[in-house]
Ligand binder design. Sequence first.
Ligand code: ZN
Length: 143
Amino acid sequence: MSNPVRVGHKQTLMGRLQHGQDLLEALTHLCYEEGITLGRVTAIGAVQKAGVAFYDQKEREYRRIEFDRPMELLSLTGNISMKDGKPFIHAHITLGDPCGSVHGGHLDTGTVVYACEYEIHAYSGPELDREYDEATALALWNL
Ligand code: ZN
């Protein structure tokens, strides 16, 4: 068991993304622009289509799932840390279909914003880097 890092709350940014932006790329770009390297991100809204991933633990690889239709963005929750020297967002999304059923997964590129309101909570604290983890074949925090 590794020790957690202790972080402090620096500031919160509230805003909205533009219609047609790629959800993951736009949030990541925002972190670059604002110099946010540690934090948490949440968002709600709607997407025109979505690309998520499911991690197959047996094959040790992500399987992509496409939703090529409008969906409600019921919830996006994720964290911001560093990977390969750059801010990196790891986020999961929950999507609602017209019947109220829920789908979702690990947020991937190809998720296109219809409307999106986000909050980014920037933290102060030690740099948190991702590196390859042998047990899972994932890029996990090097704690
Ligand atoms: Zn994930």
